[in-house]
Design a protein around this ligand. Structure first.
Ligand SMILES: [Zn+2]
Length: 323
């Protein structure tokens, strides 16, 4: 199968995650023409079968497409092989690009899910037009994508931009990956819940404790966020502490990459200015020479849950232009 999309023709985007598959027919301007959602399959063979059915249904609903892009939640190499997927046990060392290409008879490109979501925000979302951008997904964990000089930065093997796992602390807070001191362990939604529990244990977070029904161990990041958005002073203080953790990583990455824009997506961005205002302030205190550099905008993502399918479709459209 040729690896070339037809100019001007819509493409398919797939977002393959641990719990669900989103599939969409996407026009060249990023408009979603048709969309489907299914539970995640257990095996690659089931996914290939599902993809075939979804391509058929999307074509009947929205029209034809010339290529397929897939964002998969794992380490994906330059050949479109999923090497490792922490939340999809059946997708280890799977040559997904060639399997899908053979089954669908269309050009296929496969990349990491956070990478394609980042491309979506840069091509059609909050960082539209940026040549150098950092897209950070703050959810249960931290994902991200790096756009350098207009292109996704993948690194030597395709594994770049695992930004949640940069080491930012000597503390022994253990990350979901098993290592200590990683950014994700202090600045993800899971970390927000842990910090909320710590404050509640010390008796310093009565409104958060009340939101969780009086059970310290039941406190999650959602309880902290909801209480803060509602204006509770104790929860606001927890968010301020957490915002410093977020800013530490953003400043570290900015010192390396010099982006013009940082886009924040994922569940935590629903906190809006309650989170972003203290993050911006803490960022300015930590990035090198803030008073002597152009401002870096830190903005909420625009595409929400569709960032992955829109970005995967953009990647499919651009695959003939990428080496
Ligand atoms: Zn880690």
């Amino acid at each position: 199968v040729a690896r070339v999309a037809s100019p001007g023709v819509p493409t398919f985007g797939f977002d393959l995650g641990g719990t669900k598959v989103l599939a969409a027919l996407v026009d060249t301007d990023g408009t979603v023409l048709a969309e489907q959602r299914e539970p995640s399959p257990e095996t690659p063979e089931e996914f290939v079968h599902l993809a075939g059915r979804l391509v058929g249904e999307l074509t009947r609903t929205g029209g034809v497409a010339s290529a397929v892009g897939v964002g998969a939640a794992g380490l994906v190499d330059h050949n479109g092989t999923v090497r490792f997927a922490p939340n999809m046990a059946g997708f280890v060392e799977v040559p997904l690009r060639s399997m899908l290409g053979d089954a669908l008879g269309l050009p296929v490109v496969v990349d990491n899910d956070a990478n394609v979501a980042a491309l979506g925000e840069v091509r059609h979302g909050a960082a539209r037009g940026a040549r150098d951008a950092l897209v950070v997904t703050l959810g249960t964990g931290i994902g991200g994508g790096i756009i350098l000089d207009g292109h996704l930065y993948r690194g030597a093997h395709g594994y770049a931009a695992e930004i949640g796992h940069i080491t930012v602390s000597t503390a022994d807070t253990v990350c979901a990956c098993g290592e200590s001191g990683h950014w994700e362990a202090i600045a993800s939604g899971s970390a927000l819940g842990r910090i909320g529990r710590e404050w509640a244990k010390r008796g310093e977070a009565p409104s958060i404790l009340a939101a969780a029904g009086g059970e310290v161990e039941a406190i999650t990041g959602h309880h902290v966020g909801d209480a803060a958005v509602a204006g509770a002073a104790d929860a606001r203080k927890v968010i301020d502490e957490f915002a410093v953790n977020v800013a530490i990583g953003l400043a570290a990455l900015t010192n390396v990459l010099d982006p013009e824009t940082i886009v924040i997506g994922g569940g935590l961005v629903e906190l809006g200015d309650t989170l972003l205002v203290p993050v911006r302030a803490a960022f300015l205190e930590r990035v090198e020479a803030a008073a002597h550099r152009e401002p870096v905008s830190i903005v909420p993502a625009a595409l929400g849950e569709q960032a992955g399918v829109v970005g995967a479709a953009a990647l499919a459209r651009e695959m003939n232009a990428t080496p």
